[in-house]
Design a protein around this ligand. Structure first.
Ligand code: SF4
Ligand code: SF4
Length: 401
């Protein structure tokens, strides 16, 4: 039998952590997904049926073990987003983690095959199996009230992937105690109220989903995006499980954390969260990818988009979704300097960008009105016309977030 310790050493040499879960049903995950469906909270992003997501044997009848690997998200550039800059969730800032982790896992699949496996299927967010659930069952981490998995040594900021194999490997044991410290900070800080209760997330209100979905963002949720143009790290940034007593925060580095806070005793359960020994990305992320310039984004053509964002994990959705989000962020910032790029976006080929540019111009108040009135005279799309009219009526004016 291939020893777990050998696999862990293989992972550690690459800056990764590794655990093994039995390929049995994910009972906790199945119950959580059923609750979401019953509440009408499922999103179209979920691939596969409930059984395919929670029962490895459905897609892989010979599966015996899941080898789960985690690697930390990249470190953002130092500093904080200035005016005209957007924010990107940490996982999507740097080189696409799917590609990096898949490369490692394909090497691992080769090792498993050499050890006699006839099944070694790699999944990095490109299959239905719940990777967090597998990591939890492998004893790599435990769930927080924010629904994020917390891995000792990594906190919540990591990428996950797994290999499904027919090898019988020695599984890890779920960690105990298997809960976070239940401080409630994540629920209080969530800008959209997506965290309904500890362990209960409404994904349709979560910015991680909203910033990736196509189409209109509900107007009442646009202000909650703030400067975020992709994903959201707020519930992670306020989480004491990501900090060590007496040390600077390992995760935020964005100036969002309230000053004067201390975290007594933090780290006593999760251990070192600085992740010094762990590494998936080689460098800090460049400033233009940590805090991208919003005016540049909304005026990009396809070639420019591919050049700047093509190698990151947010490229898969294409440029219009990112441009829509950038328009909202400019509206939330309310800086009159955004007038010219928003005016340009108001005449973009994509109606969805024109609609959100209209909303953003409405947030500029009287500054945006001449451009809106001129566009209304020529705009043919019914949704864009409605957004322009609402903007001219002041129905999207700036309100406290
Ligand atoms: S990612 Fe953001 S929007 Fe989603 S639950 Fe966390 S804080 Fe709320
Ligand atoms: S912020 Fe507090 S309640 Fe939320 S996951 Fe972290 S420790 Fe748990």
């Amino acid at each position: 039998m291939l020893a777990t310790v050998q696999l862990r050493e293989w992972a550690a040499r690459r800056g990764l952590v590794l655990g093994i879960a039995p390929a049995g049903p994910f009972s906790r995950g199945e119950a959580a997904l059923k609750w979401r469906v019953e509440q009408g909270l499922a999103t179209p992003f979920a691939a596969g049926s409930l059984e395919e997501r929670c029962r490895p044997g459905v897609l892989y009848p010979g599966a015996r073990s899941l080898v789960v690997v985690a690697g930390p998200h990249p470190r953002p550039a130092a500093g904080a987003p200035g005016p005209g800059r957007g924010r990107v969730a940490r996982y999507a800032m740097g080189p696409d983690y799917h590609r990096l982790l898949r490369g490692h896992l394909q090497g691992l699949a080769g090792i498993l095959c050499q050890a006699g496996a006839s099944l070694a299927a790699v999944q990095v967010d490109n299959g239905p199996l719940l990777e967090r659930e597998a990591a939890c069952l492998a004893g790599l981490g435990y769930y927080g009230a924010s629904c994020n998995l917390i891995i000792p040594g990594l906190g919540t900021a990591f990428a996950l992937g797994l290999v499904v194999t027919d090898l019988e490997l020695e599984p890890g044991k779920p960690l105990a105690p298997a809960t976070c410290r239940n401080c409630g900070r994540c629920l209080a800080a969530c800008p959209t109220g997506a965290l309904l209760a500890p362990g209960r997330l409404d994904p349709q209100r979560c910015l991680s989903y909203l910033t990736q979905k196509r189409g209109l963002i509900p107007p009442e949720l646009r202000p909650a995006m703030g400067s975020y143009i992709w994903g959201c790290d707020v519930c992670q940034e306020v989480c004491p499980e990501n900090y060590r007593a007496g040390e600077p925060p390992s995760l935020p580095e964005t100036g969002l954390l309230p000053t004067g806070l201390s975290w007594p005793g933090v780290g006593d359960k999760a251990g070192s969260l600085t992740g010094g020994a762990f590494r998936l990305h080689s460098d800090r992320v460049a400033p233009h990818l940590t805090y991208p310039e919003l005016a540049t984004i909304i005026t990009l053509d396809r070639a420019g988009f591919n050049q700047i964002f093509g190698s990151t994990a947010l490229a898969w959705r294409g440029k219009t979704v990112l441009q829509r989000n950038a328009a909202i962020a400019l509206g939330n910032q309310g800086d009159p300097a955004a007038l010219v790029p928003l005016q340009q976006a108001l005449h973009a080929p994509a109606a969805i960008l024109r609609a959100h540019a209209a909303w953003a111009l409405g947030r500029l108040g009287a500054t945006g009105h001449p451009a809106l009135a001129a566009a209304l005279a020529t705009e043919a799309d019914a949704i864009v016309r409605r957004e322009i009219k609402e903007a001219l009526e002041g129905r999207c004016s700036r309100q406290p977030l």
